[in-house]
Design a protein around this ligand. Structure first.
Ligand code: HPA
Ligand SMILES: [Zn+2]
Length: 331
């Protein structure tokens, strides 16, 4: 069967480090991991909330040392994403987490960017790179890193804000977002994953975001839902992530069907696929199984992802035509 083509807009490249690659990179770099083996590492993928995931996620990043490590990780994701039907991927990386470990900005940026540069030819996946900043670190540090990225002419299309959400509202980062806007970058922020609807509103009003990552808690605020529908603000939803981080109890409790029903501009994304039980195709197939989504609903989700991507007109139209072709093939 033809794979549903889509754009993946919410993807942390460091969250694509599969256990096998973690061990391979640790071996290559002479790093002793605190796990008895692959099974022991996998056993730790039981999360109670966002923070319990972040602790393991930041710890595993220590295996990334060289440009080749970042490039290999990125290439492995692109290969897997292509198999999942992803035709365009906007990929986040988190420079501060690597700088804190003594890895140079050039090492991580150039490593990821080198794999992205070959992606369209190698995997048929067009790409964009997004720098994510840590909201639980000072905004001044984020601003400093943004300036360094601009100074090195890093090939980024936008910025994002991630990590521990509750207690770290978007409003603290207005200066960073204003600087990014002035530099011609797109603005994205995680909001409304664990944090309240008010954080979504702040991201819109104070940061001027073009897109919200997650945003699922908007459903608690009718006025906010109306505003998001009216503006067709893209919400990059990550269903399996929300289950694994206990933002929802089970997939059957996920608000995605209700969000679609309300006319919100929602797409399906994998977030940190190595940690959350699957890539975009896994998300789609579990949604289909749980909610019995129709071909029209699946095509709407895919078309939303393409329309919400920061793409040139030609590529966007080609990908939308692919979604139309998939829909027609479903009968
Ligand atoms: O889902 C997430 N939320 C916040 N920060 C993150 N960093 C990686 N994944 C996530
Ligand atoms: Zn995320």
């Amino acid at each position: 069967m033809l794979r549903l083509p889509s754009a993946e807009l919410h993807l942390h490249i460091e969250g694509t480090l599969e256990p096998e690659l973690i061990f391979e990179l640790a071996g290559r770099n002479g790093i002793a991991l605190p796990y008895a083996g692959l099974a022991d590492l996998r056993d730790r993928y039981e999360f109670t909330d966002l923070q319990s995931f972040l602790d393991l996620y930041y710890s595993n990043m220590q295996v990334l040392r060289t440009e080749a490590d970042f490039a290999d990780m990125t290439r492995a994701y692109l290969r897997r994403a292509a198999a999942a039907g992803v035709r365009h991927a906007e990929i986040m990386m988190v420079p501060q987490a690597h700088l804190a470990r003594g890895v140079a900005l050039e090492t991580c940026v150039n490593g990821v960017a080198s794999a992205l540069a070959d992606s369209e030819a190698e995997f048929g996946v067009s790409t964009g790179l997004i720098a994510a900043f840590l909201r639980d670190r000072p905004a001044a540090e984020a601003l400093q890193v943004l300036e360094a990225l601009l100074a090195m002419d890093a090939p980024i299309i936008g910025i994002d804000l991630d990590s521990a959400e509750v207690g770290h509202p978007p409003g603290g980062f207005t200066e960073v977002y204003a600087r990014a806007h002035a530099a011609g970058l797109k603005r994205i922020a995680h909001a409304g994953e664990e944090g309240p609807p008010e954080y979504v509103r702040e991201a819109l009003d104070l940061l001027g975001v073009d897109r919200i990552d997650h945003g699922i808690r908007c459903m608690e605020d009718e006025e906010l839902v109306r505003r998001l529908v009216a503006g067709q603000v893209p919400l990059t939803v990550c269903p399996l992530s929300n289950v694994r981080l206990r933002a929802v109890d089970t997939l059957a409790d996920h608000p995605l069907p209700a969000m679609l029903e309300r006319g919100l501009n929602v797409s399906v994304n994998s977030d940190d696929p190595a940690y959350f039980g699957g890539y975009v195709d896994d998300n789609f197939s579990q949604l289909e199984r749980t909610f019995g989504f129709s071909a029209d609903q699946l095509a709407t989700l895919a078309a939303n992802s393409v329309r919400s991507a920061f793409l040139g007109e030609q590529r966007r139209d080609a990908l939308l035509a692919g979604v139309g072709h998939w829909r027609a093939a479903q009968g």
